[in-house]
Design a protein around this ligand. Sequence first.
Ligand code: GLU
Length: 414
Amino acid sequence: MTENLNLFTSTQVVIKEALEKLGYDEGMYDLLKEPLRMVEVRIPVRMDDGKVKVFKGFRGQHNDAVGPTKGGVRFHPDVTLDEVRALSMWMTLKAGIVDLPYGGGKGGIICDPREMSMNELEKLSRGYVRALSQVMGPAKDIPAPDVFTNAQIMAWMMDEYSRIDEFNSPGFITGKPIVLGGSQGRDRATAEGVTIIINEAAKKHGIDMKGARIVIQGFGNAGSFLSKFLHDAGAKVVGISDAYGALHDPDGLDIDYLLDRRDSFGTVTTLFDETITNEELLELECDILVPAAIENQITEKNAHKINAKIVVEAANGPTTSEGTRILTERGILLVPDVLASAGGVTVSYFEWVQNNMGYYWSEEEVREKMTEKMVTAFDNVYTVATTRNIDMRLAAYMIGVRKTAEASRFRGWA
Ligand code: GLU
């Protein structure tokens, strides 16, 4: 039998288990097993060739018992409704794990921004906000960057919402350019959060980060910043990859050179003749493996071939449930996505707080506050995992879902 790779149904399984362990009944699972609101929209855009193309977009709002829903919008050809549903649930978990006053939300548009002009991207971004402006807002649902979306796209979306609302609304969206109310450090926050988590996990395994061998799958926003931070801290990045292939050097790659040559979508391996595949990259011998690209990368097929001491998930959903089981059985410490990648939404929260009060913090202040949240979150999850003898993913889900379940109960929703 092959493993179920549907992110939505596999997320439901872990949420159910987490709620059972916390002592909640079937009614609570019934409430939290899917988003309270799932919207599908169609967005007509006049393309540069004069023809109209209609794009399909989604927004999922999992649960707003704790506070407004929060989460990114991805622009990708493979976006599906089920994926957005699952991702909105993960955002509830992330917010719970780092203790933010939010529920989870997520959005996506089926499109390929690599093949679109700036003009087309602007129209699409503004069209998405027009289609959803009634259900989004600074106190309702707050979007942010995700796969293939960036500060410029956030700026267009903020401007469109502000026009509709007839009110300058920086708190509508996070991940904005600094001059429009963006926060210091937001662009690198996910990678900084992952770095903090890697350091904490390495301490538990007695790994010295100086000279530690690191493999990173993906060279997008998270993967590229992460390779830089780890390289600068003295670790040896021995493998990196993009969507087209991977590079390997047991003596450590020249990260500054690769960062200099990557394009804005994170592509760099196409410049090299000697490459290996993404599958081979995942099996390289190393101390820490960081999947920072896409879903379903470590599965029942390759989990027994993983040659790392620690796996830290910087991407959303890179390890399947069977993959998790195999790695845990093999004694590999797996730090789940909902914990490891929570640095982004943490600094998004700080951005929203700064927008709401109209007073802005220095990069140092933001970093300090983020570090405190991430270290506390790691300790909490690690303690639950070790004291209850469960894997880190289940422990993270228990902590992540608890606040939303409790708030829902007080509101009389379950
Ligand atoms: N898209 C990011 C995530 O998946 C960030 C969300 C946010 O900043 O709200 O966590």
